[in-house]
Design a protein around this ligand. Structure first.
Ligand code: COA
Length: 258
């Protein structure tokens, strides 16, 4: 179904593996269009409750945009590429179902940006994060300057962007770029176990949390108003009635996403 991705659905969790290990899973046009398709599938398919994005092989999550596709671009082509990349990464960020990056190695350039567009990140001990675009006479184009600043703060983000230097996994954890660091052999199991808990929660409430948090970082929205609206909307869901009844009846809630 996909040229550049492998997917497998396990207990409601779609594991998406970017599969170009010989090019360290660099994001070329085909990978981008496959990612766009798979995120639409995650959003639309009721059998999928959450997703993990990871990279094939033990070396790289994604080592960036495919630099070999940059040669033919002029100024306007480059802007179109950045716009397309940003729009696809917005699809991930705005997905109502949790999408977590399991960062299994280098997450550089567009790879770091892809990981940052996910709702949160879990890294293996060998993971390395960087925005090395200045080495190429470039800057990030897929949201990296914005999301890095949001995640690790302005001073750290600027240093990382203008030095092109990489953060190792323990430093990424210390800076809040990742939520956990685990041995590489345990990365997928850890990510699945975190998501297994999340997918037992009320799906509409989970989606509303993601959306309200996103609003806090969107200057065109008032996140506090968004929270009030979403809080009210939850009261119109069957799952809210089920969740509160289950609590009062001292039983486990059985959420339907309605
Ligand atoms: N775009 C295209 N190809 C890439 C790539 C990228 N971003 N990153 C790695 N590759 C390719 C290499 O060209 C090489 O291909 P080849 O075997 O056909 O020559 C293959 O992947 C393996 O990479 P290599 O550089 O040989 O591995 P390494 O272990 O020596 O170095 C990195 C690993 C990640 C440090 C190095 O590949 C690198 O710096 N990549 C580019 C990172 C970057 O600048 N990303 C931002 C892009 S905007």
């Amino acid at each position: 179904m996909y040229n550049t991705l492998e997917t497998s659905l396990e207990n409601g969790i779609l594991i998406v593996t970017i599969n170009r290990p010989e090019k360290l899973n660099a994001l070329n046009k085909d990978v981008f269009s496959d990612i766009e398709t798979v995120v639409r599938e995650i959003e639309g398919n009721i059998a999928i409750k959450a997703a993990i994005i990871t990279g094939a092989g033990s070396k790289a999550f994604v080592a960036g945009a495919d630099i070999s596709e940059f040669n033919d671009l002029d100024k306007s082509g480059a802007k179109q590429l950045a716009l397309r990349g940003q729009n696809i990464f917005f699809l991930i960020e705005r997905c109502s179902k949790p999408i977590v990056a399991a960062v299994n190695g280098f997450a550089l350039g567009g790879g770091c940006e892809l990981a940052m567009a996910c709702h949160f990140r879990i890294a293996s001990e060998n993971a390395k994060f960087g925005q090395p675009e200045v080495n190429l006479g470039l800057i990030p184009g897929y949201g990296g300057t914005q999301r890095l600043t949001q995640l690790i703060g302005k001073g750290r983000a600027i240093e990382m962007l203008i030095s092109g230097s990489m953060l190792d996994a323990p430093t990424a954890l210390q800076h809040g770029l990742v939520n956990y660091v685990v041995p590489q052999a345990e990365l997928l199991e850890k990510t699945k176990s975190v998501l297994q808990v999340i997918i037992t929660k009320a799906p509409l409430a989970v989606g509303a949390c993601i959306s309200a948090v996103n609003s806090s970082l969107d200057p065109s929205q008032n996140g506090f108003e968004k929270e009030i609206d979403a809080f009210g909307e939850c009261f119109a869901t069957a799952d809210m009635k089920e969740g509160t009844s289950a609590f009062l009846e001292k039983r486990k809630a059985n959420f339907q996403g309605k």
